[in-house]
Design a protein around this ligand. Structure first.
Ligand SMILES: Cc1cc2nc3c(=O)[nH]c(=O)nc-3n(C[C@H](O)[C@H](O)[C@H](O)COP(=O)(O)OP(=O)(O)OC[C@H]3O[C@@H](n4cnc5c(N)ncnc54)[C@H](O)[C@@H]3O)c2cc1C
Length: 320
């Protein structure tokens, strides 16, 4: 069976959920061979094996942390040369998309970014993408070289599928370009204790209807009852009520959770562009004519300050 390279996103050995989702998709098209780089790379092996990795190629070197993406591209290319895979899969994070693009260019292959599904095809893997603010669903196949495909978080279920997960050290020689851009400092973002917006299974967002920074506590309370991330429309961000890093939409982040709850958001095309591929969409809006209701699975016409706290109480009481 053909091998499929899976680029591992991890933090000091803790594998992030989108990588486990990639393993589910990789198993549809071949045998997953994971590539884990940097500090704690070898510690990823158990989780990767549990989810189907037949092999885990690891490399650690200061270059991976001291410089921007090129050393990682060098390593992924070394893995590519060693394995000759049928496809290379990466998560659709900003960094991994840059790595994917650089690798595709180096190996002369086509690339598909932001896939939301992947299946085996007679002439190579077929990727589903959502285009034009999710107005269209497209299916594409790379017709040149080895497909390099990035996949959005929440596109597949995490499935246990125990495999050998044999750890092998990957030999990497860094190119001249590897040390071209040095990282000078890192400042960790203050943790909210909530899941990362683009990876969260549930996102609760607030818009102009929230009417003030202090009122976002209502949105946060619902999010916390559901273990969700908090998002915001641009109107709410521009008003200074919530940080730009939480903006969902065309000029913000793209999210694709299992459940998206929009409160006090009208549903402008630019907002939809970032959330329309969510699996189930719920909106709470006091205007029955708000465009958001055109795309929802469930809609509540009502004042969010009456509806959202009730929802929070109901969720909390059912958990108790
Ligand atoms: C180039 C460009 C890029 C953009 N990028 C983005 C982007 O990335 N993300 C984004 O979100 N927008 C983006 N926008 C802005 C976008 O066009 C809209 O202006 C914005 O999404 C509106 O935000 P909103 O829905 O919160 O506000 P509004 O459109 O003002 O809607 C507020 C809604 O809240 C409802 N409401 C008010 N009070 C309550 C209440 N008490 N209870 C319930 N409902 C209530 C109202 O009925 C209304 O429907 C972009 C625009 C441009 C031109």
């Amino acid at each position: 069976m053909a091998e499929v390279l899976v680029y591992v996103d991890h933090v000091d050995g803790a594998v992030r959920k989108p990588t486990l989702e990639l393993l589910t998709l990789a198993r549809r098209i071949g045998e997953p061979v994971a590539v884990a780089l940097g500090n704690g790379a070898a510690d990823t092996a158990a989780a990767l094996a549990e989810h189907g990795a037949v092999k885990v190629l690891t490399a650690d070197a200061p270059e991976f942390t001291d410089y921007l993406v090129v050393p990682k591209v060098d390593a992924l290319q070394a893995a590519y040369d060693a394995v000759s895979p049928a496809a290379v899969l990466l998560p659709s994070s900003a960094e991994a998309k840059e790595i994917a693009a650089r690798l595709a260019l180096r190996i002369g292959s086509g690339i598909i970014t932001d896939a939301v599904d992947l299946e085996a095809g007679d002439e190579g893997p077929v990727a589903t993408q959502s285009a034009f603010a999710a107005s269209y669903t497209t299916k594409s196949r790379v017709s040149k070289g080895t497909p390099v495909i990035t996949v959005k978080p929440n596109s597949a279920a995490v499935e246990a599928a125990p495999a050998a997960g044999a750890v092998e050290a990957l030999t990497v020689s860094f190119s001249d370009k590897a040390t071209g851009t040095k990282v000078l400092s890192r400042t960790p973002r203050e943790s909210t204790g909530r899941p990362e917006l683009t990876e969260a299974a549930i996102v609760v967002s607030g818009g102009r209807g929230v009417n003030g920074a202090e009122n976002f506590a209502v949105i946060e309370a619902l999010a916390d009852s559901l273990g969700a991330a908090v998002g915001a429309s641009r109107a709410a961000v521009d008003a200074g009520w919530y940080p730009h890093s939480s903006q969902v939409g065309q000029t913000g982040k793209s999210v694709s959770p299992q459940l998206y709850i929009a409160s006090g958001i009208s549903g402008a095309i630019q907002h939809r562009a970032g959330m329309q591929t969510s699996k189930t969409i719920v909106a709470i809006n006091k205007d029955a004519e708000a465009p958001i209701f055109e795309l929802v699975d469930y809609g509540v016409v009502g004042d969010l300050f009456a509806v959202v706290p009730q929802l929070t109480d109901e969720v909390t009481s059912r958990k108790g």
